[in-house]
Ligand binder design. Structure first.
Ligand SMILES: [Zn+2]
Ligand SMILES: [Zn+2]
Length: 369
């Protein structure tokens, strides 16, 4: 027997979903510890139908699915190879997790199987067997989640340096993909909040926001002490709504504000005087009328219209005059704390952790502010 994987079955997308759904149901009935979920791939086939994606919790689940798939669709090859895999698995101390956990049997034949992972790459699936890969894309559940709107898989853990999430996790834990995300809701949740909006999901420019042409930095390099809270306050003080977009580096964040006039606070320009009673204009003598989009005179109650000022220009002016920085330098203060010197701003706690805690990553959680 040679080690050539059986050709991908000539099956329509809908048919693949049907076959996989039956296999997954049977696996679940057989063994409750098998966790596998059939969802939509975020890529579509030639006809625009979503492709199947199977999310599993471990190799064991893949093994059971591959086993059942071959028992159903390739019974002859299944009978022949299953015995070989069981023997190999036993030889290898059970590390393949079952007959078809990892279908690679490089360079092996039914007479002389070699242990999985021992042969040279590329590993080939033995002749006559199907791998689940010819039916679906697969991934593990600690790296993937599912959009509650359209049942499409989203990657939740970085797979490259410049990775940006293409989903939003709501406060109740539900996940929305970029397509299903309610943009106005998402923008609201980030308006006047000290948190960064992912502009790969929603472009604020499409929703009446203007980006301010400034670059702010906060991080551990000296001088990176721009403070989003201070920036937000400076902008809100002149009647602007604020949200932030930017990029996270390893040790710092670069960000910029987006602004629009706060509905309740006016259009940025109080009139110079009231056209009806000659009252001199300041924001104190005129009140903004949200419905009429005009300024109502406190003395006579008449309304004066003014042109809306470019919020980004007003923002830049305010930022040049107002506070935008922390009262200290995070990099300098952190360095002091690390040297064991006193810092008024950065406190350091020393904790010893076990190698197991280090590997689990748990030690980085819970300490963050
Ligand atoms: Zn979706
Ligand atoms: Zn007046």
């Amino acid at each position: 027997m040679s080690t050539t994987e059986r050709d991908a079955p000539d099956m329509a997308t809908a048919e693949k979903f049907k076959v996989l759904s039956a296999i997954l149901r049977a696996s679940d009935e057989d063994d409750e510890s098998i966790e596998a979920r059939l969802v939509n791939d975020d890529e579509a086939d030639e006809e625009g139908n979503p492709k199947p994606f199977v999310i599993v919790s471990n190799w064991e689940a893949l093994s059971v699915i591959n086993d059942k798939l071959n028992a159903a669709l390739a019974p002859e090859a299944w009978k022949g190879w299953r015995i070989v895999y069981i023997a190999v698995d036993k030889d290898a101390g059970g590390r393949t997790g079952g007959p078809f956990a990892d279908m690679r049997l490089s360079g092996s034949t039914s007479d002389t199987p070699c242990a999985p992972t021992e042969g040279p790459s590329p590993y080939l699936v033995p002749e006559g067997l199907f791998a689940i890969d010819s039916f679906a894309t697969t991934g593990f559940d600690d790296e993937h989640d599912v959009c509650s709107g359209c049942n499409t898989v989203v990657r939740t853990s970085p797979d490259s340096y410049g990775w940006q999430p293409r989903f939003h996790r709501h406060s109740d834990g539900d996940v929305s993909c970029a397509k299903c995300l309610d943009a106005p809701d998402y923008l609201d949740a980030h308006t006047n909040k000290n948190r960064m909006l992912n502009d790969g999901l929603v472009n604020p420019a499409d929703h009446g926001w203007t980006k301010v042409d400034v670059d702010f930095e906060n991080g551990l390099h000296p001088g990176q002490n721009d403070d989003p809270r201070a920036i937000m306050k400076t902008l809100q003080d002149i009647g602007l709504d604020v949200l932030f977009t930017g990029e996270r580096g390893q040790f710092d964040t670069r960000f910029a504000p987006w602004v629009r006039w706060d509905e309740a606070m006016g259009n940025g320009t109080a009139p110079e005087s009231c056209s009806l009673c000659d009252e001199n204009g300041t924001n104190e003598t005129f009140e903004w009328d949200t419905d009429d989009k005009g300024w109502v005179c406190d003395s006579c109650g008449g309304t004066t219209m003014t042109e809306t000022r470019d919020p980004a220009v007003a923002a830049k002016e305010a930022l040049e005059k107002g506070t935008t920085k922390l009262p200290y330098d995070p990099g300098t203060e952190t360095a002091k704390a690390l040297r064991g010197e006193h810092s008024d701003y950065v406190k350091m706690t020393v904790t010893t952790i076990t190698p197991e805690q280090f590997v689990s990553g748990e030690w980085t959680k819970g300490e963050k502010k």
